[in-house]
Write a protein that binds this ligand. Structure first.
Ligand code: C2O
Ligand code: CU
Ligand code: CU
Length: 532
């Protein structure tokens, strides 16, 4: 990165820039376009039907103790997607599709995902090498199955990931986590939802055709239809095309009943403030870690990268033919374009509603308690503070980066909580005008406060990502377990994460103790005898 380009960014007032230079906050910056598509190749809002990623097939085995395990196979491959009206877009996809296939599984059933890396040696347009690491975000997996950034599976190799699924119902997602290239790889398509069900959730919320995963992302396209990548001096990528389940601004037909939407922000850097176009509220029922104690009625909500919010939308009162849009009011430090205020549309249809399904008109108020939400601050035995900021030309947590972790042979940690210790972790973002969605692996936490005030109504549920906004300090209440070992903590704007706003903590182990679950050496990838 030349000094000239840094200065240009600084003088244009758009950027944040390198060493020692104060960042310039930007608010609702609008720009003409990010894509270089011709006018006729540029997609327009509300022309394409919403598609739902297919469920992933599996085989089940039962062990001597009656424990069920589902066996899934996923192949990471280069493929062409139909995103644009006329041009093909090369993607990296789980089974060649974006988003990848959805895994739906019951609590208590284990899973083994045979993850095959059949990607080319190098990314076809961006040129970086393509080893991958797969993280199931929201799962308390053992460290060697957690997608540790340096636990890499090379093209031509596979890794069998074991997922326990003992956790309560929640919307998880699996995505690439390869060191230094997570942003490029997730942006290129390596992302998919993974949904754990349990009897409580099944008894409260819509299921089947009325339980809709919505993976929201943004993209910019080159003139030939391929994905363009510009991370603006490693600050972030903001595309001008909004994708929902991989389609630009789609339209979904809805019956006159209650629907459940599992909204995942899979964008690299864009955060959203979702709202309905008719001013009606949604009913927030679940956060990252599953059901909230009580449903919350919200008119709009700030939704950072990797956060999952489950909402109910009640279409009962609308006449057939009504269109309701899901819109984006945006937040500070995003780059907005002509149509990034639009997300998707719902067209109410006259189809007869099955009123034998009790979820058709049910808006629950009391939902479920959860481990994280039952914690009390009085149980905390330690309070730790971490400052998130730009430091010496890289993004850092307490002036440390993943480069320091690598240089330590993966020993350096930000904290060593005892197994099952309850602690308060405070993330302070006071050094510059950027927001950082901070994610802790392994755990669910409760947001205790934001700048000393209570959290937003919609985040009063179990969380694994906290939106640490500009000038905000967020306090989290966390219990560290149930596994021992090393787990990552990072900003989930992967451009920040890759350069290198990521550290790790070690649970229940001393530095000098052998780690049977070493994230890199305990379960290495294996050469794949089957190729293609
Ligand atoms: Cu969703 Cu460490 O990641
Ligand atoms: Cu995660
Ligand atoms: Cu960040």
């Amino acid at each position: 990165m030349s000094v000239t380009r840094r200065q240009a960014l600084l003088f244009s007032g758009l950027g944040m820039v390198g060493a020692g230079i104060v960042t310039v906050p930007i608010s609702g910056v609008s720009a003409k376009s990010a894509s270089t598509l011709s006018d006729s190749d540029m997609p327009r809002p509300y022309r394409t039907p919403l598609t739902i990623p297919p469920p992933l097939a599996f085989q089940t085995t039962v062990d001597a103790n009656g424990i069920k395990t589902r066996h899934y196979t996923v192949t990471e491959r280069l493929a062409n997607a139909r995103i644009l009206p006329r041009l093909a877009t090369p993607i990296l996809g789980y089974n060649g599709i974006f988003p990848g296939p959805t895994i739906r599984i019951d609590q208590g059933t284990r899973a083994v995902v045979h993850m095959r890396n059949q990607l080319p040696a190098k990314h076809p347009t961006l040129g970086h090498a393509l080893p991958t690491s797969t993280h199931l975000h929201g799962s308390a997996s053992l460290p060697q199955f957690d997608g540790y950034a340096n636990d890499l599976t090379l093209p031509g190799f596979y890794k069998d990931y074991q997922y326990p699924n003992f956790q309560s119902a929640r919307s998880l997602w699996y995505h690439d986590h390869a060191v230094h290239f997570t942003a490029q790889n997730v942006y290129s398509g390596l992302a998919a939802q993974y949904l754990i069900s349990d009897p409580i959730e099944k008894g409260l919320l819509p299921q089947g055709n009325f339980d809709i995963p919505l993976t929201v992302s943004d993209a910019m396209f080159a003139a030939n239809g391929s994905l363009a990548f510009d991370d603006r001096d490693q600050s972030g990528l903001w595309g001008d095309v909004i994708l929902v389940n991989g389609m630009p601004w789609p339209v979904m037909k809805v019956q006159r009943r209650v629907y459940r939407f599992r909204i995942l922000n899979a964008s690299v850097s864009r955060s959203y403030r979702f709202t309905l176009s008719n001013g009606e509220p949604v009913i927030m029922v679940a956060t990252d870690g599953g059901l909230m104690p009580a449903a919350q009625t919200v008119g709009s909500w700030r939704h950072g990268n990797a956060e999952r919010y489950e909402v109910l939308i009640d279409f009962r009162k609308y006449a057939a033919g009504t269109r309701i849009e899901l819109r984006n009011l945006s937040n500070d430090n995003n780059r907005d374009f002509d149509n990034t205020g639009k997300i998707m549309a719902f067209d109410v249809v006259a189809d007869a509603v099955d009123t034998k399904d009790p979820s058709w008109n049910r808006i629950p108020t009391t939902l479920a308690s959860s481990h994280a939400m039952d914690l009390t601050a009085a149980a905390a035995t330690k309070t730790r503070e971490f400052r998130v900021k730009r430091h010496d030309d890289t993004w850092s947590i307490d002036d440390l980066t993943w480069e320091d972790v690598i240089a330590s042979g993966f020993k350096k940690v930000m904290a060593e909580p005892a197994l099952n210790a309850v602690e308060i972790w405070e993330f302070r973002n006071t050094a510059g005008g950027w927001f950082h969605p901070i994610h802790l692996h392994l755990v669910d936490f409760q947001i205790l406060s934001r700048n000393g005030k209570p959290p937003f109504a919609y985040e009063k549920g179990p969380k694994d990502v906290a939106y640490v906004g500009e000038e905000e300090s967020v306090r989290l209440l966390v219990q560290f377990g149930p596994h021992r070992g090393r787990y990552m903590v990072h900003c989930h704007n992967p451009t920040h994460e890759d350069h290198a706003m990521m550290l790790q903590f070690r649970v229940g182990l001393r530095a000098d103790q052998a780690d049977p679950n070493d994230p890199i050496t305990a379960a290495p990838a294996v050469f794949d005898p089957v190729q293609g």
